[in-house]
Design a protein around this ligand. Sequence first.
Ligand SMILES: [Zn+2]
Length: 150
Amino acid sequence: MKTRTHRLRRFAKWAGVVLCVLVLVAWPVSLKRRTLICVYRTQVSLKAGVVAVVRWKKDFSDREPWFRYIVMPKRTSSPRWRPRFWTSMGNANVEIPLYIFLIVVAVPTIVLWRRDRRHPPGHCQRCGYDLTLNESGVCPECGMRIVIDT
Ligand SMILES: [Zn+2]
């Protein structure tokens, strides 16, 4: 069970790094062109530093393919910084700036990486307290039972 959680955490750590890189790459791309994916009535586009989702009220599936992928070259647009939610003519719109995705992914990733950082031998492996000359067998800083690690 322990190795499984360990493997899962390692996967989460690297998945977090990959996602952060993807968001960082998506940012300049979104300023230069509009990438659009449409699945049935839901349209997701990457543009102007945001991920925009539109839920169309009207169903176009009778004359449009159910899946569409479109890239529109566009003159450089200035990034938008505020998340927005609105409806117009029955269509639901959501715009979420990419930096929000970056924060949501980066914070837990950094926490995971920091938590797995090993402390040097002779120090408490949980909190890093120097255990030289410790005789109690318990870390005085965090109370962890000491594992012999030399
Ligand atoms: Zn400790």
